[in-house]
Design a protein around this ligand. Structure first.
Ligand code: HEM
Length: 417
């Protein structure tokens, strides 16, 4: 969902950024973290640890930006007000128009004062008891899905937990929350996946065309739905967003659509991967679990679903002693932060009862995840229901997606142990 990475170029000691030659003020860690190497993408943690041991802020010549590799440095990047999420429009505009405004008018890709305004309007609608009210519904949905998984296990001995639980639950929940009719819910994940493919390092012309098409279809769909809610308000979050006001301020039509699309995207992509990654980590560690609420934090820390968030310096600043000049970029590598031994004892171990667990999987600072309470509830409920049904599980087959920024499984087939 939420990050973008430029095309790689050759690492050099004197480099060009924004058409200016400069010598990076940190060691080049690109040779340690080659994001085009399938093995690094499959398991980046040794490479991330090597970068962190080299420097809390390194230069990544292939990405053309600094990378924060320690918990303290990532935290500083996410909180530094001289570093912003600055969306760069894609060209040609005729092809990318909808994709561009879906981002430019979204809370995630805005900075103050626009961000403050959007966040206030959205948080008001989001905080109106929607999440708490959903708890029994999420429990029921999870129970139904786990029952279907059990039927598959009875037939074939195993089940793909991504297809059976991790993916459908958050899609159903965010669709219900926003009031997307049941018949249309199957449209959401394909649209979302086509769009988030643009946040990875490499993509094909076909994938770009798909992202453009998905943006247009998704936006048109939400526009129609919002027009309907304006005429016939319901109990759903979309109706609340249509009505959301702060004094005389309200979301513009494009801001409304961009927000709903972001919530529908963000509202499930990371949750699907967070559950799959975390469950695989738990089972690899022996499967002992305690309180699902504490467990979920460790699931998100140990193998975080989102790995890279990029910022652009709007003024000169300094992160962990490294000067970042206006116009330069720096990325927070959340997977590196969440395995930092300075903050987490035995960081590569999965400890279901780890507490405190100050991971950065939901970010930090002004863009801290709006959906964190919902994601936590979904993940704890899914884990509780699944592990309640089968306290002992094993992984039969695991197929990773070949992506670094959004880290997750294509398939994770499990069976009772
Ligand atoms: C395990 C699941 C999730 C993870 C790991 C996650 C992670 C994140 C992170 C790291 C950010 C900050 C991005 C940045 O600083 O650049 C973020 C922002 C955001 N997330 Fe989530 N998220 C999850 C689930 C959700 C859900 C369920 C929703 C909505 C229902 C959601 C909505 C948002 C929104 C709207 C923002 C933008 C906030 C802002 O810019 O102020 N997320 N998320």
């Amino acid at each position: 969902m939420l990050a973008s990475v430029p095309q790689p170029n050759r690492p050099t000691t004197v480099t060009r950024v924004n058409d200016v030659d400069f010598s990076p003020a940190a060691p080049d860690v690109a040779p340690l973290l080659d994001l085009t190497d399938p093995q690094v993408v499959a398991d980046p943690y040794a490479a991330l640890a090597a970068c962190r041991s080299t420097a809390p802020v390194g230069w990544h010549g292939a990405l053309g930006m600094y990378v924060a590799t320690s918990h303290a440095a990532c935290n500083a990047v996410l909180r530094d007000r001289a570093l912003g999420r600055i969306f760069q429009e894609r060209a040609p505009e005729a092809d990318w128009d909808t994709f561009n405004w879906l981002h430019a008018d979204s809370i995630l890709d805005s900075e103050p004062p626009k961000h403050t305004r959007l966040r206030r309007l959205i948080a008001g609608a989001f905080g109106r008891g929607h999440v708490q009210r959903l708890a029994p519904r999420i429990e029921k949905l999870a129970a139904g899905l786990v029952q279907d998984c059990a039927a598959t296990v009875s037939e074939s001995g195993s089940v793909d937990v991504i297809e059976g639980l991790a993916e459908p639950l958050p899609v159903l929940v965010i669709a219900e929350l926003l009031g997307v009719p049941e018949a249309d819910r199957h449209l959401l994940r394909p649209w979302s996946q086509a769009i988030v493919r643009m946040y990875e390092m490499t993509r094909t012309p076909h994938e770009e065309a798909e992202a453009q098409r998905a943006s247009r279809e998704f936006a048109a769909y939400v526009e129609d739905l919002a027009a309907d809610r304006a005429r016939h308000p319901g109990e759903d979050l979309l109706s609340d967003l249509v009505a959301a006001r702060d004094g005389s301020d309200r979301l513009s039509p494009r801001e409304l659509v961009a927000t709903a699309v972001l919530l529908l995207n963000a509202g499930h992509e990371a949750s699907v991967n967070g559950f799959g990654n975390g469950l695989a980590s738990l089972l690899a560690a022996g499967g002992d679990f305690g309180d699902p609420v504490t467990l979920v934090e460790e699931m998100l820390r140990h193998d975080s679903p989102l790995h890279l968030f990029e910022r652009t310096a709007t003024h000169d600043t300094v992160i962990e002693g490294v000067p970042v000049r206006a116009g330069q970029k720096i990325a927070a590598l959340l997977g590196a932060a969440n395995r930092d031994p300075a903050v987490f004892d035995d960081p590569d171990d999965f400890r279901p009862d780890r507490d405190p667990n100050p991971h950065l999987a939901f970010g930090a600072g002004i863009h801290f995840c709006v959906g964190a309470p919902l994601a936590r509830l979904e993940l704890a409920t899914s884990a509780g229901v699944l592990l309640g049904r089968w306290p002992r599980l094993q992984v039969v087959e695991a197929v990773r997606r070949p992506t670094f920024v959004l880290r997750g499984y294509e398939r994770l087939v499990i069976a009772p142990a």
